[in-house]
Design a protein around this ligand. Sequence first.
Ligand SMILES: *[C@@H]1O[C@H](CO)[C@@H](O)[C@H](O)[C@H]1NC(C)=O
Ligand SMILES: *[C@@H]1O[C@H](CO)[C@@H](O)[C@H](O)[C@H]1NC(C)=O
Ligand SMILES: *[C@@H]1O[C@H](CO)[C@@H](O)[C@H](O)[C@H]1NC(C)=O
Ligand SMILES: *[C@@H]1O[C@H](CO)[C@@H](O)[C@H](O)[C@H]1NC(C)=O
Ligand SMILES: *[C@@H]1O[C@H](CO)[C@@H](O)[C@H](O)[C@H]1NC(C)=O
Ligand SMILES: *[C@@H]1O[C@H](CO)[C@@H](O)[C@H](O)[C@H]1NC(C)=O
Length: 545
Amino acid sequence: MSSCFIFLLVYLSTSDYQFANRLRSFSFSFAQDDKAAREPSIAVALQTPAQNQSKPPIQTQPETPAQEQHVPSIPNTQEKEITVEEFEPSNGTIEERPVVQQIGPPISVSHEEEVKPIQEQFQPSVQVSQNDFISEQVQPSVPTTQKQEQLGVNGVKTKVFTKPSCDFSDFQFDLCDVEGDVHVHGRSSSVFLVTSLENYNSDANNETWSLRPHPRKYAVELMAEFREVKIKVADYAQVPKCDVVHNSAAIIFATGGLNGNYFHDFSDVLVPLFITSYQFKGEVHFLVSNMQVWFILKYMGILRKLSNYEVIDFDKEEQVHCYPRVIVGISKHKDLSVEPSRAPNNICTVEFSHFVKTVYSLERNVTIELGKQTATKPRLLIMGRNQTRVLINLEEIVQLIEVLGFEVAIGNDFMDVGTFAHLVNSVDVMMGVHGAGLTNFMFLPTNAVLIQIVPLGNYERASQYDFGEPAVDMGLKYLQYSISEEESTLTDLYPRDHVVFRDPESIQRQGWKTADGIYLKKQNVRLNITRFRPILESALDLLRH
Ligand SMILES: *[C@@H]1O[C@H](CO)[C@@H](O)[C@H](O)[C@H]1NC(C)=O
Ligand SMILES: *[C@@H]1O[C@H](CO)[C@@H](O)[C@H](O)[C@H]1NC(C)=O
Ligand SMILES: *[C@@H]1O[C@H](CO)[C@@H](O)[C@H](O)[C@H]1NC(C)=O
Ligand SMILES: *[C@@H]1O[C@H](CO)[C@@H](O)[C@H](O)[C@H]1NC(C)=O
Ligand SMILES: *[C@@H]1O[C@H](CO)[C@@H](O)[C@H](O)[C@H]1NC(C)=O
Ligand SMILES: *[C@@H]1O[C@H](CO)[C@@H](O)[C@H](O)[C@H]1NC(C)=O
């Protein structure tokens, strides 16, 4: 379908009166923003039924390196309240954010003790006969994969043993790809790779790895909430026997962390899961650690499109499941983006956007082309926020937008994801103040324009990183508008010579809690429609091409 686009991203400075002219000479990508309602988090643990569905074809797209992002605050009332503590430090500049502590690769030694008791639990009777051994091994008859062909009809003896391929080098995630005869016991958080007979007693034996399968590795405190998954190479006698044998692969990942913030639902789990699982075209099982039932329910449509199987509550699972391949962890690139050079099959961000559009049956993939369909007005969606970063002169803004020839729609926080997706897909331009609701830009038709309004406080870079760049990666046009002091309601709270205005950087240096507490939580926006108007005109221009 679509190819991977590379767009030029242009950043606008609000103080630059010539930006409108410059805009015309650049190719912009824009994205839209939207908020989806969040589900309240529910404590109950459940297994959700999954169904098999056909997988969408795979496409390729470029991707950007991932970094730490500043967490946008969530405007949605339905969303669970995000405490400040849950937010990632937003150090203002992108250079600072990645400074995240690099956690060294977990060392297997320290986990050895934990692994042992587990093995003991399962200590299969050592007097397994050769026949049993072989029949069990042969069970996973998955003739399609290369791996299995290597196994040969009679199983183990001819199998080519491959050590788990683990990557602990990324600052955001760890990942181990385990292929062969893999036995998984969720309850004890254990993954065993059975060695072949030839490899028995070899160096490959008895090796262990461990990792927490959620891509926020640098956030050390936050990561403590996740269980470590232990991966061990062992000979057959040491490995628990299969209760259930599957023919397709499995991916182990964890929900939690900053999930509950719509932006993080996508950036930390759904996009990484897409990157990791799309290659399987549905033939993959999801084993979810720290499973948040609300998350599974809210994103069931997406999960079902990625996996033909029932989601398994990993931490509670007593049965030993066996798979020909298990990937522990999910790959995260840039927030909300897929980096083709690092993704299986070189898929790209555009493909993710096609994918989510398929999930929600969105039919519109291109905007109107102004000039060709003269009878049709372009549609503009304002992402409403009503608690912080509220557009307080909304009526005036709507008036301006209508005068310029748009039909206006206003997003409301209470819609579910699917409803919102359809609304967003129906417009040509989406605008809103920096916040998680902008994540909905992924539902915009290609070529649509995302306008992000950046509040005072040095959030320009974070805004570009969180939404601007991924929007461009998705084939959208992007315009960014930084408000002036006059447009900020902080002027009602602080004298004009206050450091809040004079030196936002110094506030940012006091820590993200302090800075976000002021600039993201106490600030509303009173757009100067004279100053903002050129942005809307630029958006119109972009729709003419
Ligand atoms: C769905 O799964 C069932 C049982 O696993 C299988 O019989 C059926 O063929 C699958 N359907 C599709 C479309 O894959
Ligand atoms: C603002 O949010 C609150 C709570 O989320 C909600 O009850 C209220 O209806 C919203 N107001 C508007 C105007 O959307
Ligand atoms: C596996 O490693 C542990 C600890 O490193 C060691 O005590 C044990 O003897 C090893 N087992 C085998 C079979 O090598
Ligand atoms: C819209 O997307 C669908 C599926 O991605 C594709 O088949 C179709 O050709 C696209 N239509 C246009 C007009 O690009
Ligand atoms: C910003 O980053 C520096 C390191 O680059 C760190 O020491 C400081 O704590 C960070 N500030 C905030 C607010 O996170
Ligand atoms: C609004 O913006 C225009 C153009 O930048 C400027 O001349 C005017 O002074 C601004 N109005 C206010 C109230 O700040």
